[in-house]
Ligand binder design. Structure first.
Ligand code: ADP
Length: 261
């Protein structure tokens, strides 16, 4: 169990949360790609998946058969490469059977998040990216309560461009204001699909909702990521999209975001 006096993330320089109003808008994809982009820029990075009921990060990084182990200082994260520049922690690594559902009530989730924030031996990190579940639930409140004693450098709000998703992000903005969490900006994901045959761009999920919300909420707009089948495929097979498709619009957008971290 986490001790009451355990220090929260003593060796982590900067912490960012990734939030979304609803599921399926690409929040875990964005968390993963931001972590890979920072790693590619030469930083030491941690990626903490607190989406306890739907942990998808292990699969996205090709780590679904990995497990964490314990050392004297706590849980050792799973590293993506032998140089240990990107460490990952997820409840997915703790399940005896990878297909087991996580059916936990609020207090158990709160305890697990506290343990994730106090008992993981991250070593020195330049950045910790925290992938949260959709909405504003027990997990968000718990992570904010625990992080209050350190600091959180910002929240990246992910939305698809259509009104219904943007409406949910408005609630995330309110959550950030109420908890005093600085908003790094809003990122519009799945914005347009460019046909590989005729190059025509179709705005499948409408266009511009995230940018309008950023204007209304007076927070930065971080850019647009198109629907990119290469990104879907990379996430399916745990391929490093950032190194494989560095010139793509998606990779360039992630690079421009981390430059302002
Ligand atoms: P969330 O974390 O918001 O539930 P995910 O990150 O799991 O969403 O994304 C849902 C699905 O959409 C995944 O299969 C992911 O690979 C895919 N996806 C997300 N963003 C894009 C994109 N820009 N282009 C193509 N596929 C995407």
């Amino acid at each position: 169990m986490a001790s009451e006096n355990a220090q929260i993330l003593p060796n982590v320089k900067r912490i960012f949360l990734v939030l979304s109003g609803k599921g399926g808008v690409g929040k875990s994809t964005v968390s993963t790609q931001l972590a890979l982009t920072l790693q590619n820029c030469g930083f030491k990075v941690g990626l903490l998946d607190i989406d306890l009921c739907g942990p998808s990060i292990p699969r996205m990084l090709g780590l679904e058969n990995s497990s964490v182990h314990q050392c004297a200082q706590g849980w050792v994260p799973v590293y993506t490469t032998p140089d240990q520049t990107l460490g990952v922690m997820s409840v997915g690594f703790l399940l005896a059977n990878k297909d087991d559902p996580v059916v936990w009530r609020g207090p158990k989730k709160t305890a697990m998040i506290k343990q994730f924030l106090t008992d993981v031996y991250w070593q020195d990190l330049d950045y910790l990216i925290i992938d949260t579940p959709p909405g504003t639930s027990d997990e968000h409140i718990s992570v904010m309560e625990n992080l209050k004693s350190v600091r959180c450098d910002g929240a990246i709000l992910v939305t698809t461009p259509q009104a219904v998703a943007v409406g949910d992000v408005r609630r995330e903005l309110t959550f950030c204001r109420k908890t005093g969490l600085k908003v790094t900006g809003i990122l519009e994901n799945m914005c347009g699909y460019v046909c590989p045959h005729c190059s025509e761009c179709t705005n499948i999920f409408s266009y511009g909702g995230g940018e309008s919300l950023a204007e209304m909420g007076k927070v930065p707009f971080l850019g647009r990521i198109p629907i990119d089948p290469k990104l879907t495929k990379a996430m399916e097979c745990g391929e490093n999209f950032i190194t494989s498709f560095n010139e793509s619009v998606a990779a360039q957008t992630f690079i421009s975001i981390v430059k302002n971290f």
